[in-house]
Design a protein around this ligand. Structure first.
Ligand code: BTN
Length: 244
């Protein structure tokens, strides 16, 4: 196993947020392939303005890409990244129940093991200038959060170190990114759906809560739900919860 030559890894003992560091590097015209990894974050960021608790022992990293694509396509890297995390986790937990949950969760035995936060630059000429993919993997620790039950690689019995997890993740990211670029989103969507958790869902959107059955993903990466009245609904953003 080796880190693909495309990536240049900068390791920091501590930072506020690796995503913020990578964004600053992007603004300073750093080339794509930069990876910033920190042992601890003092102001780790989660989705929807939430904080990401970042004690030493877990993996915190951000990858700078310049995909030169329209903003709606940049969001497809969420699925590329989830697949890379899935593969890395599978390597250390070959027999575990691992599933992908829309939009960007990887669940091990039903519990969240990672967080993915994409941030893209404002668009110039219809294309994003840069994309920062922030990834946090619970290697040694996991937060106690009743809304999003979590776990870690160690808790599930994996024997791995941060450097190995980082390598596995970057290998996967390189491979799945290549598939997106050469074969398009259809191949990513198929692979994602094969690994996805399915079933009855409650989707909490900014202004409403919707109940339905997981149907699939559309070509833009939106979640398609079958609603109780027989209609379908495409969801572009929100938190989803599987019903017991
Ligand atoms: C989520 O809310 O699920 C996303 C969490 C993303 C956390 C990672 S840790 C590395 C990178 N730096 C940050 O500040 N956030 C992301």
């Amino acid at each position: 196993m080796a880190i693909p030559a495309f990536f240049r890894v900068q390791r920091l003992p501590e930072t506020a947020s690796t995503n913020d560091d990578a964004k600053r590097a992007a603004d300073a015209r750093e080339a794509e392939g930069l990876v910033i990894q920190a042992l601890r974050q003092t102001a780790g960021k989660g989705r929807q303005g939430r904080a990401w608790d970042s004690p030493e022992g877990n993996l915190y990293m951000s990858v700078l890409l310049r995909p030169r694509c329209p903003p709606q396509e940049a969001g497809l890297y969420t699925f590329v990244t989830s697949l890379a995390v899935y593969d890395a986790v599978r390597e250390y937990l070959p027999d575990a129940d691992i599933a992908l949950k829309w939009p960007n969760d990887v669940l091990v035995n039903g519990k969240k093991i990672c967080g993915i936060l994409l941030e893209a630059a404002p668009v110039k000429n219809g294309l994003v200038e840069w994309l920062v993919i922030g990834i946090g993997i619970n290697v040694a620790h996991f937060p106690d959060n009743p809304l999003y039950p979590a776990t870690s690689l160690a808790q599930e019995g994996a024997n791995t170190e941060l450097s190995e997890t980082l390598e596995a993740l970057l290998e996967g990211l390189y491979g799945w990114r290549k598939i997106l670029r050469t074969e398009g989103f259809a191949s990513i969507r198929k692979a994602w759906l094969e690994r996805a958790k399915k079933g009855p869902i409650e989707a909490r959107l900014p202004n409403e809560t919707i109940k339905g059955e997981f149907k699939g993903l559309d070509e833009h990466g939106r979640l398609i739900l079958n609603l109780l009245d027989g209609s379908e609904k495409a969801i572009a953003a929100g938190d989803v919860f599987f019903q017991a």
